[in-house]
Design a protein around this ligand. Structure first.
Ligand SMILES: Nc1ncnc2c1ncn2[C@@H]1O[C@H](COP(=O)(O)OP(=O)(O)OP(=O)(O)O)[C@@H](O)[C@H]1O
Ligand SMILES: [Mg+2]
Length: 330
């Protein structure tokens, strides 16, 4: 299943993503972790040193390889140049699996060792000031969207994306790619204002959105969040001394995380699993087509000089049943 953490800057997206990833790994689940946030800190939160984080390959700089691999022998996609971030898979496309080895992971993913096992980490690559609002920024996040659209995920395997809550994810359709979106909110007016904006987009596309209160201290904080987000409040996390120790460069073993925070992480996993069980694969495919047609019309056709609507394979549905053929060696 695919899970996103979004929220206001500094709310704790990266911290909660990394704790959730550690929790999944402790439960022996295979995980691909993706850092798609403007501030690239997921590697550090998973324990990478500065040098190791800096050595992470940037997905954005492997776009030609990613496109060429994913388009496979799909006759509707004539070349990597005509493949845009929203180009949906069809007959002949290659799909990614969480557990396999493939050239995309070889180029873009690095293993990260945690206390209880290993995860694959991928990162969009750092954003610079000049990236924001221009094509480069889109292409970096676009690499993630393309991989998500071509990723055939099973019920016991996880893709966890640490992501910015900006309007770019709404333009592209990236925000519709998840079985569960956890909106991390501190009990502040700014924290819940991001929730309101996200909720509006989410409603139009039937997105499963739950609020995770963070740095919640006492009843007053809890009451505030309940009043503001109602039943969308899934669970809250308090201040964590375990996280603090980690921040000081003195990490302790994950099994020593506070029991109530550990319980909260299990609540997140249960909610995500429940949501995945209800995924409508046809609707999931339809939404990628919807955003592709929208992007083709607004800029893609003009940019590539091709009619990108013709890339849509009307008979194709990304479906668990494809997993059988995708698992066979090429
Ligand atoms: N539950 C918590 N207990 C203690 N410290 C926390 C907790 N949640 C977050 N923090 C701290 O708050 C700071 C911001 O958290 P984090 O970097 O995860 O936020 P973010 O939403 O990813 O921020 P950005 O928008 O910069 O990416 C960090 O120093 C982190 O260690
Ligand atoms: Mg962050």
């Amino acid at each position: 299943m695919k899970i996103a953490f979004v929220g206001k800057g500094g709310s704790g997206k990266t911290t909660l993503s990394s704790l959730f990833i550690r929790h999944l790994v402790a439960n022996e689940a295979p995980v691909v972790a993706v850092d798609a946030d403007i501030n690239q800190h997921l590697g550090a939160a998973l324990g990478l040193s500065d040098d190791e984080s800096a050595a992470m390959p940037a997905m954005g700089s492997h776009l030609p390889l990613i496109k060429d691999y994913l388009r496979g022998t799909n006759p509707r996609i004539a070349s990597a140049e005509t493949m845009i971030k929203t180009t949906p898979p069809g007959e002949g496309s290659r799909l990614l699996r969480v557990r396999e080895d493939n050239p995309v992971y070889d180029a873009c993913a690095r293993p990260v060792a945690l206390d209880d096992g290993e995860v694959r980490l991928m990162a969009t690559g750092p954003f610079t000031e000049s990236d924001l609002g221009v094509a480069c920024y889109h292409s970096k996040v676009g690499a993630v969207e393309m991989c998500l659209n071509h990723l055939l995920d099973g019920p016991d395997e996880y893709v966890v994306v640490d992501m910015t809550a900006g309007s770019d994810s709404f333009a592209s359709g990236m925000f519709t790619r998840f079985d569960m979106t956890f909106l991390v909110a501190e009990p502040t007016r700014k924290g819940v204002s991001v929730y309101r904006q996200y909720k509006e987009y989410a409603r139009d596309f039937g997105i499963a959105l739950k609020v995770v209160g963070n740095k919640v201290q006492g009843q007053d904080d809890l009451d505030f969040l309940r009043d503001e987000v109602g039943d969308d409040l899934l669970v809250t996390m308090g201040h964590s001394n375990w996280v603090r120790a980690m921040e000081k460069g003195r990490p302790s073993r994950f099994e020593l995380l506070e029991a109530d925070n550990r319980l909260a992480l299990q609540t997140l996993q249960d909610a995500a699993e429940d949501s995945y069980a209800h995924r409508d694969w046809e609707r999931y495919t339809r939404q990628m087509v919807h955003f592709h047609l929208k992007n083709a019309e607004s800029w893609g056709n003009a940019k590539t000089g091709a009619d990108l609507a013709a890339q849509v394979d009307p008979a194709f549905v990304l479906d668990e049943r494809l997993a059988v053929s995708a698992a066979q060696p090429a």
